[in-house]
Design a protein around this ligand. Structure first.
Ligand code: 5GP
Ligand code: ZN
Length: 142
């Protein structure tokens, strides 16, 4: 897609530090290196976000992530864990609208990556949870 920075990376019009590629995906170092080894895995096909995948492409992309994650982890003995993150929509911190999965190696709880899940469980009774459940189930489709 014209004007998509990741399509340009796929086409090698913009250089990248590629660590893996095949006919379906390309994996390359994120320029920001949130933590050392921070890698992006993208489908070569331009897909804006998770909502636009069909099952075939999703299974092809997801199938490749563990292998790439294992290689990133094995690349540095100091890597103790990894966050795999996929942002969808500006409100969810997506800034490049060509779908991508962040592989963020974790070195310690004090490294440069933070994630906060607020615990709101005390605000939901079973009726409220059931209502949310029913609404999602009603939209599940095939
Ligand atoms: P998002 O915020 O959309 O989840 O993540 C986009 C990521 O793309 C950011 O972490 C940013 O550092 C990375 N990025 C943006 N432009 C480039 C680029 O030209 N090359 C590489 N390697 N990464 C990029
Ligand atoms: Zn693109």
């Amino acid at each position: 897609m014209k004007d998509c920075i990741f399509c340009k990376i796929v086409a090698n019009e913009i250089p990248s530090y590629t660590v893996y590629e095949d006919d379906i995906v390309k994996a390359f170092l994120d320029i920001s290196q949130g933590t050392p080894g921070h890698t992006l895995v993208i489908p070569k096909k331009h897909i804006p976000d998770i909502f636009e995948y069909d099952e075939e492409l999703a299974s092809q992309v997801f199938a490749r992530i563990p292998k790439i994650a294992r290689a990133v982890k094995a690349s540095n003995p100091d890597i103790k864990g990894m966050n795999i993150l996929n942002n969808n929509g500006q409100v969810a911190y997506q800034s490049v609208f060509h779908s991508h999965f962040h592989l963020i190696p974790r070195y310690s709880s004090n490294d440069d990556f933070k994630m906060i899940f607020k615990d709101n469980s005390n605000k939901y009774d079973s009726d409220a949870l059931k209502k949310i459940q029913d609404s999602i189930v009603a939209h599940m489709g095939d």
